[in-house]
Write a protein that binds this ligand. Structure first.
Ligand SMILES: N[C@@H](CCC(=O)N[C@@H](CS)C(=O)NCC(=O)O)C(=O)O
Length: 200
């Protein structure tokens, strides 16, 4: 399998964390890609010009990260990251959606940083910021469990992105339970081996 990849993308991190957790990362070759310049090889696979995009052994190009992670659950025979039914499944999918929403809002803000102020855009960015705050408060009231599934891994990647790009806005303040959860859960191999850093 081939993965169009960017080292700083939290969505890519989620896919890699899923692959590592299931022990199949060696089956994935990484294709470093800058989606913002729309390279033709990425566009052939993903017309939306976004990473992650996974090309399977059968040549099927898959996006976005929830779809890719669900596909990875069909590879190999490790325990699935998507519980197959019942309350566990809906809890995991809801947590994944909440975490992806944090990433969407935070990545959106990051893209706008450093640009000259503009009333309409600043209003949208403020909405993104408060959406993240509210989502974090929900996670504080009920932190994910300690098992690695698609929900908990997604939350780990979302919080990691906040640490990486928004260190000046410390999310741990007033959120002791979530901070304690992250402290432990960051030792999961899928997270510990994918900590984001700026390219040298
Ligand atoms: N919902 C998508 C989001 C993917 C996404 O937005 N990736 C960013 C990188 S962090 C990207 O490729 N941006 C390029 C662009 O928007 O043009 C997913 O879960 O995979």
């Amino acid at each position: 399998m081939k993965l169009f990849y960017s080292a700083t993308s939290p969505y890519v991190r989620k896919v890699l964390a899923a692959a590592i957790t299931r022990g199949i990362e060696a089956q994935i070759s990484l294709l470093p890609t800058n989606p913002h310049v729309s390279p033709p090889e990425l566009l052939l696979a993903n017309p939306l010009s976004k990473v992650p995009c996974l090309v399977t052994e059968d040549g099927l190009a898959l996006f976005d990260s929830p779809v890719i992670c669900e596909y990875l659950d069909t590879v190999g025979d490790a325990l699935p990251l998507f519980p197959d039914h019942g309350a566990m499944r809906w809890r995991a999918l809801k947590l994944q959606a909440l975490a992806d929403g944090i990433m969407d809002a935070a990545v959106g803000r990051r893209m706008e940083m450093g640009r000259p102020p503009e009333a309409a855009r600043d209003g949208v960015m403020q909405r993104c910021r408060t959406a993240v705050e509210r989502a974090l408060d929900v996670l504080e009231s009920e932190p994910p469990h300690r098992l690695a599934d698609i929900g908990s891994l997604s939350v780990g990647c979302a919080l990691g992105y906040l640490d990486f790009r928004f260190a000046a806005e410390p999310w741990r303040q007033g959120r002791d339970k979530l901070a304690a959860w992250a402290e432990l859960f960051n030792h999961e191999p899928g997270l510990a081996r994918t900590v984001p850093k700026d390219p040298a």
